[in-house]
Write a protein that binds this ligand. Structure first.
Ligand code: PBG
Ligand code: ZN
Length: 324
C-alpha cells in the first residue's frame, strides 16, 4: 500500500539478522586488539587491582606462561608495563640491559616469538617521583629526558621488542628514539607513538595498577582535553619525526580526535581504551546498570568506526576467550 509519497524505508535493511549482518559497515576483529599487561618484579603472586576488576598484576616469574595463554586464546599483540621495585630519580632501571623493561621484552619473545611485543616507553613507572622524565626543580626537563628515552628504546629493542611505544609526551621524543635505534643498528624496530595523549582523569585506575608515586599532575607535558586543533598537530609532528603508527589516548571520549587524526594522516592509527574507560564499564555492569558484553562490543566498535585501526583494550582477553 502506497501512502502516496515516496518514503525512504530505512527499516528494509534491518528486517532480520542476516540482512543486518550483511549491511553492517564497521566490524572489529580480535586481530585489531592489543592487550596491555602489568608485570611486577620480585613478587610471587598475582596482584589484585581494586580499581580494575578482572585485571591482575602478573608476577614476572609467571609472565612466560601468561604470554603462552594469551597466544593460545588468539591474542597477537601485547603492550608491556613494568611495576618496578627499583625506582630512582631518573628511572635508570628502565634502560639497563638487564632491567625490567628489557626482561619483559625478552621473556615475551622467548615464550612466543610470533607475539608482537610493544614496549611502553616512559619513566613514570621507574622514577621515585612518578613523573615521565627527569625532574629539574618541579618541572620535567624535556631534553634531558630525550637522552634517556633513547637509551630505554635501545635496551627494549636489543631485548627483542618489536615496537617502541613512547608515552612520555616529551617534544622530539620520536625523533630521538628513531635516531638512537638507527645508530644502534635497530633500523627495523618500529615506533608506535602515543602521539596525541591527553592529561585525562581517566588514567586514575592505571596509576593504582602501576603503583604510581605521582603527586600533582602531568599537565605540563600531556595535552589539555579541550584542544582539538592541537591534538592533530601533536600527531602530525610525530609523523614528521618518523613514527610508524600514531595513537589517540584515551579513546571513548575522544572519538572526534580519532576521526580528525585519521583524516589528517595516512599512518596506521591506534586508540587506547584506558583504565578509567574499562573501570566505568566494569563497575556499571557489576551494579546491574548495563550489559557488559554488549557495552564492550559497542565501545570497541565505536572506536573503530571513528577511524582507529588498532585498539589497546583491557577487554582483549575477554573478547578472545568468550567472544564477548
Ligand atoms: C604512563 C602511562 C599512563 C597510561 C599509559 N602509559 C598513565 C599516565 O600517563 O598517567 C594510562 C593507561 C591507562 O589508563 O589505561 N606514561
Ligand atoms: Zn609516563
Amino acid at each position: 500500500m502506497s501512502n502516496g509519497f515516496s518514503t525512504s524505508r530505512m527499516r528494509r535493511l534491518r528486517k532480520n539478522a542476516s540482512l543486518r549482518t550483511l549491511f553492517q559497515e564497521t566490524e572489529f576483529k580480535l586481530s585489531d586488539l592489543i592487550l596491555p599487561i602489568f608485570v611486577e618484579e620480585e613478587v610471587s603472586d598475582f596482584g589484585v587491582i581494586e580499581a580494575m576488576p578482572g585485571v591482575l598484576r602478573i608476577p614476572e616469574s609467571r609472565l612466560a606462561a601468561e604470554i603462552e595463554r594469551y597466544a593460545r586464546a588468539g591474542i597477537r599483540a601485547v603492550m608491556t608495563f613494568g611495576i618496578s621495585h627499583h625506582k630512582d630519580d631518573v628511572g635508570s632501571d628502565s634502560w639497563r640491559e638487564d632491567g625490567l623493561v628489557a626482561r619483559m621484552a625478552r621473556t615475551c619473545k622467548q615464550a612466543v616469538p610470533e607475539m608482537v611485543v610493544m614496549s611502553d616507553t616512559c619513566f613514570c613507572e621507574y622514577t621515585s617521583h612518578g613523573h615521565c622524565g627527569v625532574l629539574h626543580g618541579d618541572t620535567v626537563h624535556n631534553d634531558a629526558t630525550l637522552v634517556n628515552i633513547g637509551l630505554q628504546a635501545v635496551a627494549a629493542a636489543r631485548a627483542g621488542a618489536d615496537m617502541i611505544a613512547p608515552s612520555a609526551m616529551m617534544d622530539g621524543q620520536v625523533q630521538a628514539i628513531r635516531n638512537a635505534l638507527d645508530a644502534a643498528g635497530f633500523v627495523d624496530t618500529g615506533i608506535m607513538a602515543y602521539s596525541t595523549k591527553f592529561a585525562s582523569a581517566l588514567y586514575g585506575p592505571f596509576r593504582e595498577a602501576a603503583g604510581s608515586q605521582l603527586k600533582g599532575d602531568r599537565k605540563t607535558y600531556q595535552m589539555d582535553p579541550m584542544n582539538r586543533r592541537e591534538a592533530v598537530r601533536e600527531s602530525l609532528l610525530d609523523e614528521q619525526e618518523g613514527a610508524d603508527a600514531l595513537m589517540v589516548k584515551p579513546a571513548g571520549a575522544y572519538l572526534d580526535i580519532i576521526r580528525d587524526v585519521r583524516e589528517a594522516s595516512r599512518l596506521p592509527l591506534a586508540a587506547y581504551q584506558v583504565s578509567g574507560e574499562y573501570a566505568m564499564i566494569k563497575f556499571a555492569a557489576a551494579a546491574g546498570a548495563i550489559d557488559e558484553a554488549r557495552v564492550v562490543r559497542e565501545s570497541l566498535g565505536a572506536i573503530k568506526r571513528a577511524g582507529a585501526d588498532l585498539i589497546l583494550s583491557y577487554f582483549a582477553m575477554d573478547i578472545a576467550t568468550e567472544g564477548v
